[in-house]
Ligand binder design. Structure first.
Ligand code: FUL
Length: 456
């Protein structure tokens, strides 16, 4: 997502009516089952791959010849295996980026893999990724850029039909789709075009009702407001979508959400493992380290968002060794850090079930026993968001033998809040909610000692 798009008023009106159908004005906003399932994926991956991989560009202009697309060693199983091993639960492929080149043999255009030398024009990247996701147990999603710099109909009403027909191909030929990514990006000098978003979304609902719809401001999932991998320290899953349109929403508003928001539209944190979204050999030495990725995890999943990490295949059609190594080390660190919950066994708070929760009053601190005296520097807190997001602020303290000492204050919790702090030693902590928008349902509490592989 980038912050330079045309934003037709019509879109805003459509967005309002679409969102209204999903919200219940008489009660606090809650996630739909598909939003809840999506949130629990936590770490998901983006795969940016197209002609740009061969031209070394980030945005193609649509004049690229399909002849340049030739990933002779393409192995989508290698991509998805690496992602599975690193704990990623979904992969989203750029089926068509702004250059208009289709990674599947669309019947609707000649600008596709069917006119590439790869597999003599018989290849289908979308199919290979969908199949690999099924084989390795990942959910599968598609990115289909509305902005299309190749298609001649772009800028006319007929383009909306073309786009919908392409969507139909993707939604009917590749099995279950869990997310459809509607990128609002559009170059400053792009032709005027009013996208029929309401029509696009209705088609997804009809053909793949379990899929979440992403655009800047929803309707199911919103942009986090930056591409740096930073959800707000305060991050509500609710916003008011009325009047919002792609490119018009204030990124700061999207970053933090809105405690008075009437619609449930949680934030997705999209960020790349490399400086660019597409593979460039010049960036081979700039791949994010495991520690960098761990930081992204705390800044996204640990702030009630979801990490959508881009890992771009190279010209051979493989994920580079450097990227795979960082991913594996990232997961090793997280597994080590979160392996042993030091909280004494509690039927509600340590059973890893979000549906078993402890009702928490905003005035009564909750004292939590640890398994004896422990040294720890990480705390996890989760709300049962199936019933909404309620915690607005709180504090954790530890017993130092004489008195309660503050560890850290925090704001929103939602699906997951992770706190990092210099190590303390104690056998007791207490949790205080200092402000909440309704009755709190505390689902999980975890206390951990970070892996030695983590920087402080
Ligand atoms: C942006 C696009 O312009 C970038 O190329 C990339 O796809 C990113 C995820 O979204 O809006």
């Amino acid at each position: 997502m980038q912050i330079r798009r045309a934003a037709p008023l019509l879109f805003a009106l459509l967005m309002g009516s679409f969102a209204q159908a999903q919200s219940n004005p008489t009660s606090l906003a809650r996630p739909t089952p598909r939003q809840l399932a999506w949130q629990q994926l936590e770490t998901t991956a983006f795969l940016h791959f197209t002609v740009n991989t061969y031209t070394d560009k980030e945005w193609g202009d649509g004049t690229e010849s399909p002849a340049i697309f030739n990933p002779t060693k393409l192995d989508a199983r290698q991509w998805i295996r690496a992602l599975r091993d690193a704990g990623f639960k979904m992969a989203i492929i750029t089926a068509k980026h702004h250059d208009g080149f289709c990674l599947w043999p669309s019947k609707l255009t000649e600008h596709s893999v069917k006119n590439s030398p790869w597999k003599n024009g018989k290849g289908d990247v979308v199919r290979e990724v969908a199949d690999a996701c099924r084989e390795y147990g990942l959910k599968f999603g598609v990115y289909l850029s509305p902005w299309d710099r190749h298609e001649a109909r772009y800028g006319t009403a007929a383009y909306n039909d073309y786009y919908k027909a392409q969507l139909r191909e993707l939604l009917t030929n590749y099995g279950p789709i869990s997310e459809v990514w509607f990128d609002g990006a559009k170059g400053e000098n792009a032709k005027d075009m009013t996208y029929d978003f309401a029509g696009y979304w209705a088609l997804v609902r009809q053909l793949q009702p379990q899929a979440v719809l992403f655009s800047d401001a929803g309707p199911d999932v919103r942009w986090v407001g930056n591409e740096a991998g930073n959800a707000g320290e305060t991050c509500w899953s609710t916003i008011n979508t009325e009047g919002l349109a792609p490119g018009k929403a204030d990124p700061k508003y999207l970053n933090r959400g809105d405690p008075t928001g009437k619609q449930w539209v949680p934030a997705e944190t999209d960020v790349s493992i490399r400086p660019g979204w597409f593979y460039h050999s010049a960036e081979d030495s700039k791949v994010r380290s495991a520690q960098d990725l761990v930081n992204l995890y705390y800044q996204s999943v640990g702030r009630n968002s979801l990490l959508l990490l881009n890992v771009p295949p190279n010209r051979d059609g493989l994920l580079a060794d450097s990227d795979v190594a960082s991913l594996a080390a990232f997961r090793r660190v997280l597994n080590e850090t979160f392996k042993t919950n030091l909280v004494a066994k509690n039927p509600k708070l340590t059973d890893k079930q979000l549906t078993t929760f402890l009702p928490l009053s905003a005035t009564q601190p909750l004292t939590i026993d640890l398994n004896g005296e422990q040294t720890f520097d990480r705390i996890l807190i989760q709300e049962n968001i199936a019933n909404g997001q309620r915690i607005a602020s709180g504090r954790v303290e530890y017993w130092n033998g004489t008195e309660w000492q503050s560890i850290q204050t925090f704001t929103t919790v939602g699906h997951k809040r992770l706190l990092r702090f210099p190590a303390v030693r104690s056998s007791l902590i207490r949790l205080m909610v200092t402000n909440a928008s309704g009755p709190v349902q505390l689902a999980e509490v975890g206390v951990y000692k970070a892996s030695a592989g983590e920087e402080k």
